[in-house]
Design a protein around this ligand. Sequence first.
Ligand code: CO
Length: 424
Amino acid sequence: MKADDDDLLPVAGNGLLHRRLFLRGGAGLLGALALLEARPARADGPPDVPPWMKAPGEGMRPYGSRSRHEEHVSRLVGAMPGTTGAGSSRTPLEALEGIITPSALHFERHHAGVPDIDPARHKLLIHGLVERPLVFDVESLSRYPHVSRIRFLECSGNSAPNNAPEPPQQSAGALHGLVSCSEWTGVPLGLLLDETGVRPEARWVVAEGADAAAMSRSVPLQKAFDDALVALYQNGERLRPEQGYPMRLFLPGWEGNMSVKWLRRLKVTATPSMTKDETSKYTDLLPNGEALQFTFPMGVKSVITSPSGTMTMRGPGVYRVSGLAWSGAGRIRRVEVSADGGRTWAEAALDEPVLPKALCRFRIAWRWDGGPAVLQSRAIDETGAVQPTRSALLAERGPSYRYHYHAIQSWAVTPDGEVRNVYA
Ligand code: CO
């Protein structure tokens, strides 16, 4: 397909091109553009024979690992001062493609390190306001029906660096990498609650982890029956220790802290339990000194991962802009991209499948003319919720609110090609 001026007609200010470039039939056009802009070397004869074709390669390994040339792609680990096991590690969002986060790069947030749990000795107790308290182990859970769901997990503290008065000059992953997306497989929690028989006065269930912090959160019973899982597998294999081996609670779309890892106890109650992890932490302080408690769903959100903070542009030309969008309320309906700091917007193409409460990959072509630009993405979910600007979010919440930051990210592109975090 030949790229003519009509096809390249920008649809929004500062060079954003029509999303049909990424839809069916547009790939040829995009290829033509890439050829135009990338200017690959002209082939002038048969290929050479590289060293790896001259001798047989390595043997097979029982458990695989990535190429040694990719070892620079890693989580950004930040332990809290004076601890080794409390803190977080962030997914390098800018280095990844698609929507599935490799298990080895899934973000982590621990409060007392990663316990080394013997699965043969680990048990899950369900008790409290139930007819029959029951104890499950890995073996007994394995006999219940399993379901698999591709869902994001996001720490409610994600993106908090952007609360700072000056924009931190960091990568997309350093700023927003407390979100990841996996296929989680396990037993619907409602099945297990039905086995125990929930009493009529029950409204909540407190979940407790088997780490040294005994992480505990109160979960409305409705959520437990709605779409909660006791997950045993992540991306097809048993959970990693840092993701809760051998079993974790998984609450799609809700703040990550509630998906209690190393799950050992579910106590059914009439009221929330007011644990330390939902009173001193994970509450949202308002300007009047009151705090919001039990703010569970993660807001509609997106971030452009390419190009993004700390990257350098190769020079004027057509770029494939891409990023991630997600919402705790369900599916992403639409993502819009601006190259002029939010004055005009173009609709991005969404990669299929667009799943509820999962990361969604968006793409759009952008012809950068070498001048100053501010790239932004704005997600809209199936409930009609629109990702807010930073100033609107901060005005609504006041200066002390730290969690649930989900404002539009602005990346300024300077004429010399630097990509910088800015507050537009
Ligand atoms: Co919250």
